[in-house]
Design a protein around this ligand. Structure first.
Ligand code: PGA
Length: 249
């Protein structure tokens, strides 16, 4: 069975005063069975990692460079994230694919760099509204999946997040059937590539997950949790989403 995961992607939000959200979350949720991961901005990663460990939570970065060090002003390496206490790193988020022109090939190199230092990559895939309207969703996602995982990728240390671009931060979500179709497709593509190991890979849904829709989304087959943006910065909302996921564990 894949691990159930609730990962909060804080994007470019959060200051040191927000550190107390970790304890506040614990006060609302108590202990949980699913894995709870905070992905704060990198400025907060060390402090978050130390604090999260006190409450049974984990942390992740939001991106890393494919090189471990070097003359890359403003960038951050997988090793630096790991050194700051992260266990995960989000890679290939559509906001980075669009705003920074990240290609599948670059994402694959980052996946390799992350796994090399023992981080678990959370690899994001998703179609645009145009893809969906054109009926090409599965072929777009299939190509992203194939292109974003490097040769020799360790399938036992991998998480995939399906995030339709048009659902991120918009309040819109695909129908349950549409989510089920994509997640079932991802599982079958992973089976073809990795055999039985595919059954252990957590497949997260992301894009406008809220307390109001979390239970229904997490009940869909092959949905093993969520990558949560806006709602993960609202402690009450994140707590409710974690409880909804735990109810499926
Ligand atoms: P959202 O973001 O939950 O605010 O839609 C999800 C994401 O971008 O990971």
């Amino acid at each position: 069975m894949p691990r159930k995961i609730a990962a909060g992607n804080w994007k470019m939000n959060g200051l040191s005063a927000d550190l107390d959200q970790i304890e506040a979350l614990y006060e609302r949720v108590g202990s949980q069975q699913c894995s709870v991961i905070f992905c704060p901005p990198v400025t907060l990663l060390s402090d978050f990692s130390a604090q999260a460990a006190c409450f049974g939570y984990e942390t992740g970065g939001q991106h890393c460079h494919s090189a471990q060090s070097g003359a890359y002003t403003g960038d951050i390496s997988a090793q630096m994230l790991q050194d700051a206490g992260a266990r995960y790193v989000i890679l290939g988020h559509s906001e980075r694919r669009m705003a920074h022109g990240e290609t599948d090939q670059e994402v694959a190199q980052c996946v390799a760099a992350a796994q090399k230092v023992g981080l678990t990559p959370i690899v994001c895939l998703g179609e645009s509204l145009e893809d969906r309207a054109a009926g090409t969703t599965l072929s777009v996602i299939g190509a992203q999946l194939a292109g974003s995982l490097p040769e020799g990728v360790d399938a036992s240390n991998l998480v995939i997040a399906y995030e339709p671009i048009w659902a991120i931060g918009t309040g819109k979500i695909p129908s349950h059937q549409e989510i089920e179709d994509v997640h079932g497709f991802l599982r079958s593509e992973l089976r073809t590539r990795f055999g039985p190991l595919a059954e252990e890979i957590s497949l997260l849904y992301g894009g406008s997950v809220k307390p109001e829709n979390a239970a229904e989304i997490f009940a869909i087959s092959n949905v093993d949790g969520g990558l949560i943006g806006g709602a993960s910065m609202d402690t009450d909302a994140f707590a409710a989403i974690i409880r909804a996921l735990d109810a499926r564990s």
